[in-house]
Ligand binder design. Structure first.
Ligand code: ATP
Length: 235
């Protein structure tokens, strides 16, 4: 039996105060097993990114419990939260945020220099199929290739969990499929737990677990009996 990666109980997040307060999470209770691909779907503003940011230690909840394995994220000091982020999680965002003046290899290396147990940057680029592009600069690469460099950068510190917030949001569907394929291979070959926020509902077919969000809460969790290869997904 796989262990539990994340557990939340009655998680709440309120941005701002008084009349201007925004209730982004209204009591989220969830369990995410280790090693799964989890897709989060839901309307704009329903709280998906807020949840991802709290699980990833980028933000704190207002109230409720949030655990990564046996680490209580809610009571961690800022220093401990920084260490948690550094040692356990990787992020991939819609826009790749690569350093334009550095090559693909150097962009990945930047992270490995500050990691506890890094992968060789060349190996990380090989995993995303870009070993031949290591010396190219971001401007010399397509959007999909740049996103794969961003995935290599996130992977290079060997995270237990990869958080992907709209990883295909800026890509056409063919290129997006190649990016999702890389994520699926990472999950299969390295056992990394992967959480993907997306607006493309069809992408749910590649997941083990699909979390439907609405109005700051979980409306439904669906466990897929089988996962589809991203090659077969249309959006
Ligand atoms: N830093 C912030 N300050 C104030 N309000 C915020 C902040 N971040 C998010 N919100 C609000 O919290 C709610 C949830 O936002 P969140 O970004 O989590 O939703 P989402 O489901 O990820 O949306 P999208 O699909 O558009 O990215 C929204 O009403 C949003 O406006």
């Amino acid at each position: 039996m796989p262990g539990t990666s994340f557990r939340t109980r009655n998680l709440r997040k309120i941005y701002g105060e008084g009349a201007a307060a925004v209730h982004a999470l209204r009591g989220v209770t969830l369990e995410i097993p280790e090693g799964e691909i989890v897709v989060l779907l839901g309307p704009s503003g329903s709280g998906k990114s807020t949840l991802l940011n709290i699980l990833g230690g980028l933000d704190r909840a207002t109230d409720g419990e949030v655990w990564f394995r046996d680490h209580d994220l809610a009571t961690m000091s800022d220093r401990e939260l920084t260490r948690y982020r550094r040692d356990h999680v990787g992020f991939v965002f819609q826009f790749y945020n690569l350093m334009p003046s550095l090559t693909a290899h150097e962009n990945v290396e930047l992270v490995t220099e500050i990691s506890r147990n890094p992968m060789d940057p060349a190996e990380a680029l090989r995993l995303v199929g870009l070993d031949k592009r290591a010396d190219h600069f971001p401007a010399q690469m397509s959007g999909g290739e740049q996103q794969r460099v961003a995935i290599a950068r996130a992977l290079a510190k060997q995270p237990d969990v990869l958080f992907c917030d709209e990883p295909t949001g800026a890509l056409d569907s063919t290129t997006g499929r190649a990016v999702l394929k890389v994520l699926q291979e990472v999950n299969q070959n390295l056992g990394t737990t992967i959480m993907i926020v997306t607006h493309a509902a069809a992408q749910a077919a590649m997941a083990d677990r699909v979390i439907h969000f609405a109005d700051g809460g979980v409306r439904e969790v669906v466990e897929n009996q089988s996962r589809l290869s991203p090659d077969l997904i249309e959006w």
